[in-house]
Write a protein that binds this ligand. Structure first.
Ligand code: SAM
Length: 211
């Protein structure tokens, strides 16, 4: 019987993007490919683009992460971007927030299988973590529109810290709509970065919100 095709691309660019996280991200991608659909984490149509569109894509926020400290990834789901960032940055303490028990079980299991000592999984909604955690940075991918996301996540980020929201085409529009909320939180700067990791026209927008 032929071997199933490997979802991982071993090209130089993927290695450059993921850095020291490459091998772990490759293992993570294979786990997701093997079990993700069955466990309701990814749709079958996502499998062919699992590597670039989801796993490596998570690294788009990496350049904006703090030099040290802690990160809270809100709505981690299958572990995107939180688990990939934890693999790339073992020096950061990474908190994964996810309310769905089935996904929490997955995140816990995968963190153990990948021997990630810098990850803590919390089975909570972001709103219920206010006052419990104060991180240097927060990340979120495909969780909520920026206005709602800011209200959920900025209370979890210390003054001087950063929220990195991974967005699609509507990023700038979302920034405009979130204006009042961002001002209320004393946000000092908002920048939208267009990231085309493989230079193939597949652009991810990272909204960098500093408070
Ligand atoms: C569309 S999924 C995206 C998952 C992952 N970030 C990704 O990019 O594949 C949104 C996730 O946010 C979680 N979520 C929804 N409301 C939340 C809340 N209030 N606090 C934290 N997570 C939440 C959901 O359970 C779900 O796993």
């Amino acid at each position: 019987m032929p071997e199933p095709t490997d979802v991982v691309e071993h090209d130089d660019r993927s290695r450059e993007i993921l850095g020291r996280g490459f091998d772990g991200a490759a293992s993570f991608a294979r786990m997701l490919a093997a079990e993700g659909e069955l466990r309701g984490l990814i749709g079958p149509r996502e499998l062919p683009r699992l590597w670039r569109r989801h796993v490596v894509n998570s690294a788009a926020v990496a350049p904006y992460l703090p030099a040290s400290g802690s990160l809270v990834d809100v709505g981690s789901g299958a572990g995107l971007p939180g688990l990939v960032l934890a693999l790339m940055r073992p020096d950061l303490q990474v908190h994964l927030l996810e309310p769905m028990q089935r996904r929490v079980a997955w995140l816990t299991e995968v963190s153990e299988r990948l021997e990630l000592e810098n990850v803590v999984v919390h089975a909570v909604r972001a709103e219920d973590m206010q006052g419990e955690i104060l991180a240097d940075a927060a990340t979120a991918r495909a969780v909520a529109a920026l206005d709602k996301l800011a209200r959920w996540t900025l209370p979890l980020v210390r003054l001087g810290g950063v929220l990195l929201a991974m967005k699609g085409q509507r990023a700038t529009e979302e920034v405009t709509k979130a204006g009042k909320t961002l001002r209320n939180f004393g946000v000092t700067s908002v920048e939208v970065h267009d990231i085309d990791l493989y230079d193939d026209g597949d652009v991810t927008r990272v909204v960098e919100v500093r408070r």
